[in-house]
Unconditional design. Structure first.
Length: 282
């Protein structure tokens, strides 16, 4: 861990591949995506928009993004807690809003079923496969994501060791879910875990935190992801997937944007406050 907090702030505009993707989405569209470049919840939605082939535009007030910590009225209109991601839907008159990454994912999945015919979930004709994917997603939301923040915000060495183990075992838990689907021969619940597979719901749900484990947690907590050829090949397929890659900024953006979490600065965010007070995430 770097010796001390250098008071870097979060970035307010994406860089690298993510910037190119944002640049390509400035034309009018019925869906406006309220995003912040560093946010993993936003990245979930962004990967889904890209993969499902749904038309969207980023906000046209440069630099494309809303600052969720400043809570501009336009954001509060679509997301009552002032959290990104949000969608403004001009398919309705007057326009309507949607918030919550998982709810937005469900919405996009349903929308794509009626339009682009692409899908992240197994087919509706296979309820068991869909249930396995939902178990994977439940594990990600209730265990993997909170343990990421507990680890990053832990300050004392002992607390960091404990939280690091917890995050590590949360990843192993995800792998166990994949192993179960393999043992039960439910291929469509494996997403990119299967060689030759296509990106799926679980990859989109977990990917942003697995990615931040390779840069933010590596930098601030000297964290190493589980080793082994199978897991490493999975991560490579995930991070190299065109829809995922298209939403990634350069590494420095993440390191700068997460310094406030790594030093557990007061009032970093609603997520950070929830972790510090032992409450569920917002
Ligand atoms: N449960 C929400 C969480 C979204 C969230 O926490 N977004 C953060 C950015 S990563 C945010 O907007 N924070 C603003 C704040 O803390 O006030 C979701 O899944 O969409």
């Amino acid at each position: 861990m770097p010796a001390q907090d250098t008071n870097k702030s979060y970035h307010t505009s994406c860089t690298g591949a993510a910037l190119q993707t944002a640049d390509a989405h400035t034309s009018p569209s019925e869906i406006t995506f309220f995003a912040a470049c560093f946010c993993p919840f936003v990245q979930r939605v962004w990967v889904a928009l890209e993969y499902l082939g749904i038309g969207y535009k980023v906000r046209d007030d440069f630099p494309y993004e809303v600052d969720p910590y400043k809570k501009p009225p336009a954001l509060l209109e679509v997301s009552p807690k002032g959290l990104v991601p949000g969608l403004k839907l001009e398919t309705f008159s007057p326009p309507r809003g949607l918030n919550e990454s998982t709810v937005i994912l469900e919405y996009l999945e349903d929308l794509a079923a009626n339009t682009t015919k692409r899908s992240l979930l197994p087919a509706a004709s296979d309820p068991y496969a869909r249930a396995l994917v939902r178990l994977q997603a439940d594990h990600i939301n209730r265990t993997l994501v909170p343990s990421f923040y507990r680890f990053l915000q832990a300050q004392e060495t002992e607390a960091q060791l404990t939280a690091g183990k917890e995050f590590h075992s949360a990843i192993e838990g995800l792998v166990s879910h994949f192993s179960r689907a393999e043992t039960e021969n439910v291929e469509s619940a494996l997403g990119l875990w299967r060689e030759g597979g296509e990106i799926g719901w679980t990859d989109v749900m977990a990917g942003p935190w697995l990615f931040r484990a390779t840069n933010v947690l590596k930098h601030y907590r000297a964290f190493s992801l589980p080793e082994g050829p199978k897991f490493e090949a999975y991560l490579k397929r995930l991070f190299d997937h065109p829809a995922f890659k298209a939403t990634c900024s350069d590494e420095q953006l993440y390191l700068d944007s997460y310094e406030r979490y790594a030093y557990n600065r007061p009032n970093t965010s609603q997520v950070a406050n929830a972790i510090n007070s032992g409450r569920g995430l917002p």
